[in-house]
Design a protein around this ligand. Sequence first.
Ligand SMILES: [Zn+2]
Length: 126
Amino acid sequence: MSARPGAAGATRTCPHCKTEILESASICPSCRHYLRFDSAPAEVAKAAATTTALQVEGTIRHPSGGGAWEYSVVLVIRDDLGNEVKRQVVGVGAMHAGEERTFSLAVEVMPTSDMRRAPKRGGTRH
Ligand SMILES: [Zn+2]
């Protein structure tokens, strides 16, 4: 599901960290490098209109007894029909006795001027 350049959802590769990011991004959400230095009014307005639509954070603490735990952080994105759009192992690691890790997920949304409707698909789930 790749959007053409200029359309909502179009992507490119960050020249700094090689992460796939939105074509419209002016700051890479992964490495936080600036990608554009022209601060045109439209870009500034867009940055101001960005909102965090979902934010979840949780901390896991290893009890002080027993052996270390290994962990996998798995991120899954599904569309409105429940189909997996993306499944990615974001990180793996180990927690030793008494250690803790905090995991944060943020979904930022940015309005665009792309007014096309999603193609009709069979069966609405309401
Ligand atoms: Zn980057």
